[in-house]
Design a protein around this ligand. Structure first.
Ligand code: HEC
Ligand code: HEC
Ligand code: HEC
Ligand code: HEC
Ligand code: HEC
Ligand code: HEC
Ligand code: HEC
Ligand code: HEC
Ligand code: HEC
Length: 319
């Protein structure tokens, strides 16, 4: 028995060493496109002028890109400077035998993210990005961002998104469209919710989706109650408490916090409520419906006016 365990132990140990060795090898040779940068020397970089010879138009137009002042900053190391910071060392590209270049429109979403995050580690780490719904659905950085200046005939979102989000803000952060229209072009159901009577003022251009959604989560993508409430109370601090008499769901002790009574995007009921009247309360306080008649609605009838919490009344009758 003992001998068997010993052999097993040795076997496992060598497996472990093998795995470590493999990892080291993998570190030496990262996957494409980072592999191009890894094997480059200073001489592999030819500078933007070398690109002009064959891509004159692109080089001239790139100067109009909002990204140009950043990637043309002469303080950058040669491997992060100019066209080659994104497309890889020019020497490999013009190599007659085995031309290689970082061609974003021909790469999958993972490869694009790796190439962009070579410089954007401050915005997020690759491991954070990989955990997002977008990364998992193969949405690429370049599905939302456009580096080279837009051509006039580039695809626009569908007409119905354009009319729903009627504000005309100029796109920021190299987004392909103004944010709401861009997000709406892939999330038609959300667009419909914002068409409801009571809605957050995204269609009017007073808010954007990323006020509530972290497109680039700097930490792990948290989706718990705290995260929802935390977002809401950055703007609605007066609803957050603390109150002397807290209302459990508002405090986030039970249920989905704010989302227990409010729809975040839009609702056909006033104040983004999930239900027009007492239904919003009855989903939890079923017993109260039979024990005392709450009137048309528990709060607008002038009774439980302090729905979010009260400093003076345990029954939430006064603020
Ligand atoms: C000697 C000419 C030449 C030079 C110099 C050159 N390229 Fe190219 N490049 C080409 C050709 C040819 C293609 C292929 C065009 C095609 O397939 O439509 C190409 C394609 C590309 C592509 C797109 C690849 C694809 O498959 O879609 C990128 C990106 C690119 N070049 C970037 C650069 C950059 C950056 C530089 C400067 C470091 C550069 N090129 C210098 C000739 C050149
Ligand atoms: C910040 C990164 C970045 C820089 C810097 C950059 N590009 Fe690009 N390039 C891209 C991306 C991303 C695409 C894919 C299309 C798009 O999103 O605009 C692209 C597309 C291209 C294409 C078309 C081939 C394709 O894949 O669609 C060529 C050619 C090209 N770039 C050449 C250049 C040249 C020449 C320069 C320098 C003047 C340059 N790029 C600078 C990121 C960059
Ligand atoms: C060679 C380095 C480098 C690469 C590769 C790179 N960027 Fe950048 N980018 C920068 C720098 C530097 C800035 C300036 C802001 C900063 O320091 O983050 C910047 C700024 C930006 C901004 C903000 C622009 C603004 O208006 O504020 C966006 C968006 C962006 N990059 C997207 C991308 C995307 C998408 C890719 C991949 C296609 C990419 N970048 C690849 C260096 C790079
Ligand atoms: C679903 C759309 C979407 C995708 C995909 C996306 N972004 Fe963004 N990006 C945005 C929006 C919206 C903003 C502006 C709001 C913000 O800063 O969160 C932004 C802003 C940025 C900025 C500027 C950050 C700053 O602090 O000013 C950088 C850099 C950037 N993105 C890089 C990337 C990179 C790299 C990827 C891919 C790994 C990526 N983005 C993928 C939508 C997107
Ligand atoms: C290119 C298309 C595309 C764009 C643009 C886009 N998304 Fe998405 N989004 C997706 C896909 C695909 C998924 C994953 C499948 C799904 O759940 O719908 C997703 C998932 C999500 C989710 C998680 C959905 C869930 O069920 O939990 C949120 C939240 C989201 N996107 C918000 C945004 C925001 C905010 C923007 C704009 C900054 C945006 N999206 C832009 C395609 C896109
Ligand atoms: C006032 C804050 C807020 C704004 C603004 C906002 N969202 Fe949301 N969104 C939320 C909350 C809260 C959820 C529910 C998240 C959860 O339960 O984890 C959500 C959920 C989603 C989902 C998942 C599917 C669903 O409906 O549950 C998508 C997709 C989405 N939002 C897209 C968008 C898009 C696109 C925009 C801009 C047009 C946007 N959101 C603007 C707060 C907001
Ligand atoms: C970025 C700031 C911001 C965030 C985050 C935010 N809101 Fe709002 N909220 C607003 C603005 C602006 C209005 C519109 C006020 C107005 O029109 O005077 C509003 C209005 C409301 C209203 C009243 C709607 C009406 O018809 O009067 C409710 C309820 C509400 N928000 C709940 C929430 C909830 C729940 C969350 C979290 C999911 C949230 N808000 C997150 C800015 C925000
Ligand atoms: C138990 C249900 C419930 C919960 C949970 C809840 N609310 Fe409300 N909220 C209401 C009701 C009911 C109203 C309408 C009150 C009124 O008309 O006086 C309202 C109104 C609002 C308004 C609009 C106030 C005005 O005067 O226009 C805002 C903003 C708001 N809630 C934010 C929040 C935020 C933020 C959270 C989470 C911290 C939250 N609510 C949680 C039930 C709730
Ligand atoms: C998600 C569940 C939930 C919803 C929805 C909800 N409540 Fe509550 N409420 C609670 C819990 C849990 C308590 C504290 C435990 C208890 O005493 O029943 C509480 C306590 C109260 C109290 C304190 C009196 C007491 O019995 O201790 C009042 C008053 C009250 N709620 C009114 C409302 C009103 C009005 C609404 C609708 C706007 C509402 N609640 C919606 C869960 C909910």
């Amino acid at each position: 028995m003992r001998l068997g365990t010993l052999f097993l132990g040795v076997g496992l140990a060598s497996l472990f060493v093998g795995a470590l060795g493999g990892e080291k090898a993998a570190q030496k040779e990262p996957a494409f496109p980072l592999s191009l940068f890894a094997k480059a020397t200073e001489e592999s970089y030819l500078g933007d002028d070398a690109c002009s010879g064959c891509h004159e138009d692109v080089v001239a137009k790139f100067k109009l890109s909002a990204h140009a002042p950043h990637s043309n900053n002469p303080k950058l190391p040669v491997g992060k400077l100019g066209c080659e910071g994104c497309h890889g060392p020019g020497q490999f590209h013009v190599d007659e035998e085995n031309p290689q270049v970082v061609a974003y429109s021909k790469m999958d979403a993972k490869q694009v993210a790796a190439a962009c995050l070579r410089c954007h580690g401050d915005t997020m780490k690759l491991s954070h990005w990989n955990r997002t719904d977008h990364a998992q659905a193969s949405v690429a950085c370049t599905s939302c961002h456009q580096i080279h200046p837009k051509e006039a005939d580039d695809a626009k979102p569908a007409a119905d998104v354009l009319t729903a989000f009627h504000a005309q803000p100029t796109p920021k952060k190299l987004l392909k469209e103004s944010e709401a229209k861009l997000c709406g072009s892939c999330h038609p159901k959300t667009v419909t919710q914002f068409k409801q009577n009571s809605h957050h003022p995204v269609p009017e251009g007073r808010m954007v989706c990323s006020d509530c959604h972290d497109v680039h989560p700097a930490k792990s993508a948290r989706k718990n109650i705290d995260a929802v409430k935390g977002k809401c109370v950055t703007c609605h601090a007066d609803r957050a408490g603390p109150f002397v008499y807290e209302h459990d769901p508002v405090a986030g002790w039970t249920g989905d916090g704010c989302a227990e009574c409010h729809k975040p995007h839009g609702s056909q009921n006033p104040k983004l409520l999930t239900s027009f009247s007492r239904g919003a309360c009855a989903q939890c306080h079923t017993d109260k419906l039979s024990r005392h008649f709450p009137g048309r609605s528990c709060w607008s009838s002038g009774c439980h006016v302090a729905v979010h919490g009260s400093n003076t009344d345990p029954k939430l009758l006064r603020r």
